[in-house]
Design a binder for this molecule. Structure first.
Ligand SMILES: Cc1cc2nc3c(=O)[nH]c(=O)nc-3n(C[C@H](O)[C@H](O)[C@H](O)COP(=O)(O)OP(=O)(O)OC[C@H]3O[C@@H](n4cnc5c(N)ncnc54)[C@H](O)[C@@H]3O)c2cc1C
Ligand code: SF4
Length: 503
């Protein structure tokens, strides 16, 4: 009996080693009802995952592969284990070829399967990432401060991306300081491409609405690509129309403009419909052809070759204890408005509305509005982690956990970031148009119209002054903190207390 290649929901690529090694082996794909109920996932996330898998099954079949597919609606196989038992009984298969799963809990579960089912599992490296997780762990263990920038430079050299011999093209590794422009006045924002649901996706939408009616979000307006070929068209459209503005406006936020100059390829790249190196090389080509400036292309390359690979390495180096880290002991419950956007803080309202509607916001909204607020108010990092896992179309444990526990909330004790990404209203006011339509005043720290981000920020700094003071990069900010008159600080503390009680 030949082995069966068992692929998971985020391994939807034809270019995988076991597929290349055996053209005859059958492929197993399972839609697990139980996994889809682990959290009350946004329905658009479920539609995307299920529809992409069903389209991939078709693609495999038309390439001549034998496919065993256990769809959701097949009663009796509500989870992967029961489907697997059925498959093993029916076919007599006793060996599975598996690509290393991206998520820790799946890896642990697989380890228990050999005993439970008496099957052999042969693992293949997960080439949907460019990083070898064992190598990364060694790197992290052998270095005092495993910052992303060092890793990113190594990756540029290793893959020869934006390099001029052994030097970075243009002489600098990082052009981030050029990428902080707000959108003011007349800036043409190109529309992103949309893909109306085909027959398969329409059926999936009906199924998800019926089976998961208690889940968050809506399936209305689902328009993402769900096949490899559409994913490539979607990405090419980004390269043609938005990449050139990606750098300048990377940090900008604008009402009712969820995507701006971002790519929105995270859901696609995360399930294997796009390959990370393909995306990086295509962007580099645009720069070499003079079709996009270096600050845009370097910025984009750093997100994928740097941040994406780095968080994957961090995840696999520190799980499972990483998920439970809570270095500031923040225990507050997540406010209800995270689920329904019912708040009068306009920046939060706009970002949360976007999440409820699109299951997507771009990076700065995630980091500098949502996580900033959660950190300043002392919300439990684990509650925030679960919320991000639930609400976003691109969520997977390996990417959410380091981004929330590490980057977003700085709850990992400083492994990923040496200082917290927190700010007052000044940053949000500079980078967005949210404050213009808000009932709060971004310039006031006290008084009835004072913006909560202001007094939350300064009282947070005061509270954690001692630990923050150990970081040289905080010196300037802490000097400003020390200049605040005692009376004003007392008022801000009072505002903080009232605000937190109202959550
Ligand atoms: C609190 C928080 C939660 C996040 N949750 C997710 C998540 O669930 N899924 C997810 O894919 N990304 C997540 N990110 C990272 C990043 O915000 C998203 O990848 C990005 O916003 C997706 O939009 P985009 O495709 O338009 O990205 P672009 O801005 O166009 O960037 C291009 C690509 O770079 C990669 N990338 C950029 N930043 C990161 C990063 N910090 N970590 C990993 N990859 C990165 C993504 O693949 C992204 O598609 C999170 C970040 C934060 C701060
Ligand atoms: S004033 Fe404050 S609460 Fe209102 S949008 Fe600006 S930062 Fe957000």
């Amino acid at each position: 009996m030949p082995p069966t290649i068992w692929l998971f929901e985020d391994q939807l690529s034809l270019d995988l080693e076991p597929l290349n090694r055996s053209k005859d082996a059958a492929v197993l794909l399972i839609e697990s009802d139980r996994n889809m109920r682990r959290l009350p996932y946004h329905r658009k996330r479920l539609v995307f995952l299920v529809s992409a898998m069903r389209h991939f099954v078709q693609e495999l079949q038309s390439s001549g592969r034998e496919v065993a597919h256990y769809p959701l609606q097949k009663t009796g196989y509500r989870d992967s284990l029961s489907a697997l038992r059925h498959y093993v009984r029916k076919t007599g298969c006793n060996e599975f070829w598996i690509i290393e799963p991206s998520e820790y809990h799946t890896r642990k579960w697989l380890e228990s399967l050999t005993d439970q089912l008496g099957i052999k599992i042969t693992y293949f490296p997960n080439t949907l990432f460019l990083t070898d997780r064992h190598e990364f762990r060694q790197w992290v263990q052998g270095i005092k401060s495993p910052v992303m920038e060092h890793f990113y430079r190594k990756m540029r050299v290793k893959h020869d991306v934006l390099m001029d011999g052994d030097k970075p093209v243009g002489g600098k590794w990082n052009l981030d300081h050029e990428n902080r422009k707000p959108i003011r006045g007349q800036v043409d924002i190109p529309r992103r491409m949309t893909f109306p649901p085909d027959g398969i996706t329409q059926q999936v939408i009906q199924e998800i609405d019926r089976r998961f009616s208690d889940h968050y979000g809506t399936t209305d307006g689902f328009d993402l690509p769900v096949t490899r070929s559409d994913a490539r068209i979607f990405f090419d459209d980004f390269l043609d129309h938005r990449l050139a503005g990606f750098g300048d406006y990377e940090d900008a936020m604008l009402t009712d403009e969820p995507v701006l100059f971002h790519s929105m390829i995270s859901p696609l790249i995360n399930v294997g419909l796009l390959d990370p190196l393909e995306c990086v090389r295509a962007a580099e080509d645009r720069w070499r052809q003079n079709k996009a400036p270096l600050n845009a292309v370097e910025g984009f390359v750093r997100q994928i070759l740097g941040w994406r690979e780095y968080v994957y390495g961090i995840y696999w180096s520190f799980m499972p204890e990483y998920r439970d880290r809570n270095s500031r002991g923040s225990e507050r419950k997540l406010p209800d408005f995270f689920w329904n956007a019912d708040t009068d803080l306009n920046c939060l309202k706009q970002c949360l509305r976007q999440v409820v509607k699109h299951a997507y916001t771009h990076h700065i909204q995630r980091l500098m509005v949502l996580c900033n607020f959660a950190t300043l108010t002392g919300i439990s990092p684990q509650a925030v982690n679960d919320w991000f896992l639930t609400m976003y179309v691109d969520s997977h444990d390996w990417v959410v956990t380091p981004n929330v526990i590490g980057m977003g909330m700085n709850a990992d004790g400083g492994t990923m970031a040496t200082k917290p990404y927190v700010s007052s209203a000044a940053y949000i006011n500079r980078m967005s148009d949210y404050c213009q339509k808000c009932r709060y005043d971004p310039k006031s720290r006290t008084g009835k119209n004072a913006c909560p981000f202001n007094y939350l920020y300064w009282t947070f700094l005061r509270h954690f002054r001692e630990s923050l003071g150990k970081n040289m990069r905080m010196n300037m900010i802490l000097k400003n903190l020390d200049r605040i008159p005692q009376n004003e600080m007392r008022q801000m503390m009072q505002h903080r207390k009232q605000f937190i009680e109202s959550l």
